[in-house]
Design a protein around this ligand. Structure first.
Ligand SMILES: [Zn+2]
Length: 139
């Protein structure tokens, strides 16, 4: 299902992992969680020069999250997070530019995680942007 111009709910589905089946992004969260997330991603895409964004991880079932040892309160379980890579731009630079967009109130995000190979963003409601950097663990 197309959510915004460049993002489809299928991109946020969880892929199968071993014995854990794949699962679609929960239908009941599309309008109040996935849509606002995709709107922020559209702004990021535009501000970063219209380079295509790949969603490495979107929704995760609780079972899946446990298996990959994700954070217990993972925003991915809530359907509010995306781990992204942007074509032609390093994760380090993507992180810096998203941070600037957030500081300038051009985007509204609640969490921003920096990793060597991707950037995590989420739309949790938080008065202050929650930031971390990690090597393996994800939130
Ligand atoms: Zn993440």
């Amino acid at each position: 299902m197309k959510i915004t111009e460049h993002f489809d709910s299928l991109e946020f589905s969880q892929k199968a992992l071993g014995s854990i089946p794949s699962s679609e992004y929960p239908q009941q969260w599309i309008s109040d969680r996935l849509l606002p997330l995709c709107i922020q991603l559209e702004i990021i895409r535009k501000e970063l020069g219209e380079n295509p964004i790949t969603i490495l991880s979107g929704y995760r079932s609780p079972e899946f999250n446990k298996t990959i040892r994700g954070a217990k309160q993972s925003q991915h379980i809530e359907g509010k997070a995306a781990d992204i890579i942007v074509k032609n731009i390093s994760p380090k630079e993507v992180h810096e530019r998203i941070l600037t967009l957030s500081k300038n109130n051009i985007i509204k995000i609640g969490g921003l995680g920096e990793y060597p190979k991707f950037v995590h963003i989420d739309i949790r409601s938080s008065p202050k942007l929650i930031r971390w950097s990690g090597s393996r663990q994800d939130n």
